[in-house]
Ligand binder design. Structure first.
Ligand code: PNS
Length: 157
């Protein structure tokens, strides 16, 4: 059985994240979505809120679980006995930093990173842009799931 970890801030999860998770679900037997608790980044949503949104969005896939971690991703992956880390690539511009992280993670442990490309229609999507659109009352259709759109609306009201 192959176990994949899909890590991220998911603040909030976008349809781009959901796209990558769905691809990982197709490829691996078990997918652990890992929400990072990053004290250096001020998040709009708590780890619990992000976890709960992801559980609601990804519940339809029986082979996913949502968890959270702090510290090094490789330590979390080892704890969960994961075979691979999955990262989504939106554009070539993502690749340089993602490659560096994959190489560092492989140096720290022997875990492999697999890159999965997002659909072109999600290439421009990011959590920060979604927050900006939400903050100024723009339409979130096609950017996030309804549960996330509702949470953003409530947060900015
Ligand atoms: O959604 P993000 O913010 O791009 O996710 C980044 C994440 C969580 C994958 C990355 O920051 C991470 O792995 N953080 C854990 C700390 C760590 O392991 N750092 C070394 C990575 S080379």
């Amino acid at each position: 059985m192959t176990v994949a970890v899909v890590p991220g801030s998911f603040d909030p999860p976008t349809l781009g994240h959901v796209d990558v998770i769905g691809r990982a679900v197709d490829v691996f037997d078990q997918v652990i979505i890992a929400v990072v608790e990053n004290p250096s980044k001020s998040a709009l949503f708590t780890v619990e809120e992000r976890t709960s949104m992801l559980e609601e969005i990804c519940g339809e896939w029986g082979n996913t679980t949502v968890d959270h971690f702090n510290g090094l991703l490789v330590d979390f992956a080892r704890l969960k006995e994961a075979d691979v880390i999955v990262k989504g690539l939106r554009a070539v511009s993502d690749f340089e930093y993602e490659l560096q992280m994959a190489q560092m993670n492989h140096h720290l442990s022997t875990v492999h990173t697999v890159f999965l490309p997002t659909s072109p229609e999600h290439a421009y999507l990011s959590s920060s842009l979604v927050k900006e659109v939400g903050r100024f009352g723009g339409s979130l259709d096609g950017l996030v799931s309804p549960v996330v759109a509702a949470a953003l609306k409530e947060r900015f009201e």
